[in-house]
Design a protein around this ligand. Structure first.
Ligand SMILES: Nc1nc2c(ncn2[C@@H]2O[C@H](COP(=O)(O)OP(=O)(O)O[C@H]3O[C@H](CO)[C@@H](O)[C@H](O)[C@@H]3O)[C@@H](O)[C@H]2O)c(=O)[nH]1
Length: 317
């Protein structure tokens, strides 16, 4: 069984590669020329890397001709919401066109690959309090260019399934975190700041943005287990929420991280961290995914936060 992971050098890609390799699957991961290998260096003896620019159709065709994967996990994307306000055109182009090139290669080569498209709960956007936990059928009210790019990826997946019969499964994953999470994302950013304060690298002030937002966090290691199950058990053309079903105010993330630390801190709002529009509440109903696969999250959020803090302590050591 051969799997292709696009964006393997990223946070989710590295965990997914680890998981698939542990199951005896042959893994090839794509990355861009300038990507750092620090999250995947330990996997290199067992995994093939393929430098491929997804914006280049010819490069994608060549890679797919060589690899002919049974499973494709399409993760590569511009994934940080605030960047999408600074660079909306780049976010939309990267996230949409890269995926078109991948699906076009599958079509032109007549491959029977099963494809997972990593969509996002951000697509739901402005969710009303009485709509949570949100089901896959909830209206979409996107409030960022990133959300729009993910809606496009989602519907392109649907369209290629309908038009060409490709085996495409779409997952709408809610927030996920854990060791190796990029430092710009909220839980990782706070954990890194706390680790820096512990080491005396910065004054005991934790800079924050909007602490009133509510999110649904799942451990990345549970998410990647779900991604494999999605291609094993889910129906082509269908869309599934992957979530924990638990709602947490961002403020609570700080409280939990601080339980594992002895530092005294003050919290200060950093206005540059506030967004032009922020999704107020996202909590997912993953009943459909559970019924199809038997998947449930296993790692408690507290454990995830402990592991994330330890990750940053090791990085700074
Ligand atoms: N990044 C960040 N966010 C902060 C901060 N303080 C408060 N927040 C709030 O914390 C929430 C989560 O922010 P992020 O971690 O940046 O994640 P996101 O915008 O919810 O998007 C993530 O989840 C999506 C799934 O819903 C993913 O699709 C997306 O790629 C990303 O992982 C947002 O409401 C944000 O305003 C801060 O200092 N930094």
């Amino acid at each position: 069984m051969k799997a292709l992971i696009t964006g393997v050098a990223g946070f989710v890609g590295s965990h997914l590669a680890e998981h698939l390799l542990s199951q005896g699957i042959e893994v090839t991961g794509t990355l861009r020329g300038h990507s750092s290998l620090r999250h995947i260096r330990h996997l290199l003896p067992d995994m093939r890397l393929y430098e491929c620019e997804l914006m280049d159709q010819q490069a994608v065709d060549q890679m797919m001709t060589e690899i002919r994967p049974d499973l494709i996990f399409h993760l590569a994307a511009q994934s940080f919401v605030p960047v999408s306000w600074d660079s909306p055109a780049e976010t939309l182009t990267n996230n949409i066109v890269g995926q078109i090139h991948l699906l076009e290669a599958v079509r032109k080569l007549g491959l029977a690959s099963k494809v997972l498209i990593a969509c996002s709960s951000e697509e739901y956007g402005q969710v009303e309090e009485d709509e949570v936990p949100v089901k896959e059928t909830n209206p979409l009210r996107p409030v960022s260019p990133y959300a729009v790019s993910k809606i496009a990826q989602n519907y392109l997946g649907y369209q290629y399934y309908k038009t060409f019969g490709q085996h495409i499964v779409r997952t709408r994953t809610f927030n996920h975190t854990g060791p190796r999470r990029g430092e710009q994302f909220v839980s990782s950013n706070f954990a890194k700041q706390i680790a820096e304060i512990e080491k005396g690298l910065k004054p005991p002030v934790l800079y924050v943005g909007n602490l009133e937002a509510k999110r649904d966090f799942t451990d990345v290691r549970d998410v990647v287990r779900g991604y494999r199950m999605a291609l094993d058990y889910c129906e082509a053309g269908e869309l599934y929420n992957i979530a924990s079903g638990q709602c947490r105010e961002i403020r609570e993330v700080i409280q939990i991280l601080l339980r594992y630390s002895t530092v005294e801190i003050t919290i200060e709002e950093d206005k540059t961290r506030l967004r032009p529009s922020d999704v107020k509440v996202l909590v997912g109903d993953y009943t459909k995914f559970y019924q199809q696969t038997g998947w449930t999250p296993e790692i408690p959020f507290e454990q995830t936060m402990k592991d994330l803090l330890n990750y940053w302590r090791n990085e700074l050591a």
